[in-house]
Design a protein around this ligand. Sequence first.
Ligand code: SF4
Length: 196
Amino acid sequence: MGKDLQLLKEIKACTICQDLPLGPNPILQFSAKAKILVAGQAPGQITHHKDRPFDDASGDRLRQWLGVNRDTFYDPDKLAVVPMGFCYPGKGKSGDLAPKAICAQTWRKKILNVLPNIELTLVIGKYAMDWHLPERKEKNLTETVGNWQHYIEQDNPVLPLPHPSPRNNIWLKKNPWFEEELLKELQSKIAMVLEK
Ligand code: SF4
């Protein structure tokens, strides 16, 4: 078994967090061959029960944004789907709670170390931005996503995205450049990386 699969097995058996409302159930996928990293927030209740990342309305929209079908999305040799917290964290007053910080502290660097072929990282939402774009100067998520051209031109291209949740429909309406400009670039970049 390769280092990547050994690590995945270790993570799947993780029970560090004892206060998860539905108990530990790490939901992620990766292999050392993956070329695209999807860095999201944490599984929701639906994906917790389905035991598959982004197997919900948010995932349908994300796949539409990326221009990939389910077979491609769920192929760990193509896409690594590694959220900031791997287990459903529970509900707060305004939506799901933050991902467990101990999760990224424990696992994230180890995972990134076994993913040498990543050519594009999609950074979804605030928590992933805090980790993957710690030097960013923009004040908020809208400004960070609005500055996407800066991030995609780096040596290790990164693309900040809002969460694809239906909760963000108003944000999408207010920011039409996202679908008109950013998604076109994103889809051509994804196709280029996957076809190589
Ligand atoms: S959230 Fe992360 S650290 Fe906590 S139990 Fe799940 S896999 Fe382990």
